[in-house]
Design a protein around this ligand. Structure first.
Ligand code: CTP
Ligand code: MG
Length: 182
């Protein structure tokens, strides 16, 4: 069963460091940054990744994911496992897993930008689903090196993430924190 609260808790627990990394990485944009693709163009003469994918963002994203995973690791012994009527598969967190989730999220996000540039979409242009789920795919792929990732987690996260993302961005847009509502 995919759409139950147990799957949701297990999946969100695992992906939280990647969510934090992806959600906070725009903060690096307020300072001068250095593009991962060094401003270079691909064979199609379009930017490889574009100026929205930066070294600062990559490092910051990994750092945030490692920070959150460490907090989760420290919180683990205090989790109220008895409160659940069914045994939960709560993945034990570590800074190493946080590194994988953060690096995976940033790589997935960069792969999404690579695809967008090939489709002739400018930096910041909207690519529904791809924009929201690219980091999830990367994070879960990298996490699967050390964790057995349930297919129900993957499915659930791919479905709920665009919904959460659009809701959060719409609130940010209404609060005038974000320029576009996506
Ligand atoms: N960011 C960054 N480095 C990264 C990823 C993100 O600096 N590796 C910052 C950039 O300031 C970017 C912002 O986070 O503009 C939001 O990320 P995202 O929406 O993924 O980038 P876009 O600017 O929308 O560019 P793209 O069209 O390539 O997705
Ligand atoms: Mg974007």
């Amino acid at each position: 069963m995919v759409f139950d609260v147990y799957t949701l808790v297990e999946a969100v627990w695992l992906i939280l460091p990647a969510y934090a990394a992806n959600g906070l990485v725009p903060l690096v944009g307020i300072r001068k940054t250095h593009p991962i693709d060094f401003g270079k163009r691909f064979y199609d003469r379009k930017p490889i990744l574009g100026s929205g994918k930066t070294w600062e963002g990559l490092v910051f994203g990994i750092f945030i994911a490692m920070l959150i995973s460490t907090v989760e690791m420290l919180a683990y012994p205090f989790l109220p496992f008895d409160a659940s009527p069914v045994p939960l598969s709560i993945v034990p967190m570590s800074p190493v897993l946080g590194f994988l989730l953060g690096a995976g999220a940033m790589m997935g996000d960069a792969a999404g930008s690579f695809i967008k540039r090939r489709l002739n979409l400018k930096r910041g242009a909207s690519a529904p689903i791809l924009d929201q789920d690219d980091f999830i795919v990367g994070a879960l792929l990298f996490a699967s090196f050390t964790v057995s990732v349930k297919s129900s987690w993957i499915l659930l996260l791919l479905i709920i993430t665009p919904i959460i993302h659009l809701t959060a961005n719409f609130i940010g847009y209404k609060l005038k924190i974000k320029k576009q509502p996506w």
